[in-house]
Design a protein around this ligand. Sequence first.
Ligand SMILES: Nc1ncnc2c1ncn2[C@@H]1O[C@H](COP(=O)(O)OP(=O)(O)OP(=O)(O)O)[C@@H](O)[C@H]1O
Ligand SMILES: [Mg+2]
Length: 367
Amino acid sequence: MSDSAYISIQNVDKYFGSFQAIDDVTIDIAEAEFFSLLGSSGCGKTTLLRMLAGFETPTNGEIYIDGQPMTSVPPHRRPVNMVFQSYAIFPHLNVRDNIAYGLRRQKLSKAKRYEMVDEMLELIALPEYGDRKANELSGGQRQRIALARALILRPKVLLLDEPLGALDKQLREQMQLELRSLQRQVGITFVFVTHDQEEALTLSDRIAVMSHGRVLQLDTPSGLYERPKNRHVASFIGTMNFFDAKVREAKGPQVVVEAEGLGTLTGTSGERHFSEGDKVQVAIRPEKFVLSEERPNGAGPAYSVQGRMGNAAYLGERSHYFVEVDGASKPIAVSEQNTGVRVAGDDWDSDVWLSWDESAVVVLAPE
Ligand SMILES: Nc1ncnc2c1ncn2[C@@H]1O[C@H](COP(=O)(O)OP(=O)(O)OP(=O)(O)O)[C@@H](O)[C@H]1O
Ligand SMILES: [Mg+2]
């Protein structure tokens, strides 16, 4: 466990009968960190969150919060609170009583309770809503009430299981920003579950990408995007071009490869160290390619290849192109900001050049 860990998940397994839902997960989360668990349906996100909350017990391993082992600590004695996907608030209570609900066991004066609720209403930007009935609220407002109800108890850790899942895109994006600034204001550690990679990238300090109960990579958003450690992460986060390749020469993380359609080029290995002759995959993001009608001159990017313009889509801010290159098994996806003279839909010459730099090239083990 690192010294700065506030939550430490140590070699945790979880079996349901003979099915292993969590497989040797080790994660340290710092105090006040916005930490996300990201992965497709069934990968074990909720199970991990429920173990943090104390609703499930690890089969093996231990969870520590603030240095204390949690195994024998029941849910209500843990310094955590959980917000569920289906923003469960009581329809028969007004907003104020919904938010104050968790305080009922504490011996507080009515005035004190009201003061705390008012603070929360301010925080979630619904100051005039105390007397509203819960069934007179929109989905997003209800979501904020559910958050306030969890936050008013001042938990050290807030566990959020796809809290924005039920909201439409626009509201979801607005709530993402609010959630992030709320978390900064109150300084609570957030463990946030989502299967939406954009949401995880926007909100998180760090993200654990999960698959089949394991953590595939634990990194910052830019670390995951720029330096994926394996093919699964590379294809799960954003769009990626993959090329079959063979290692010519390897010096630590620097690898010289021969890649289909691209020729000989140097890149950086994601995680594994490779040896001469290894079959690998070269991964390059669509926006790392520069598209031009003329052959790039010597001052430009290190590598270039000629191809033919295929499908193109104009998306306003940017355009997406597919360029066919001899030797490459699939058209290469290229994404360009529409700041240049040409955009998708214009009459590109069918012969085009793609160029890119060494820093764009990630070398990964094949799946
Ligand atoms: N109580 C249980 N008994 C048996 N299997 C379970 C139980 N709870 C979860 N599982 C299984 O464990 C795996 C992980 O489930 P979990 O709910 O953690 O997934 P998730 O990542 O939250 O998925 P989603 O994004 O769909 O919510 C799934 O295969 C699920 O069927
Ligand atoms: Mg779930």
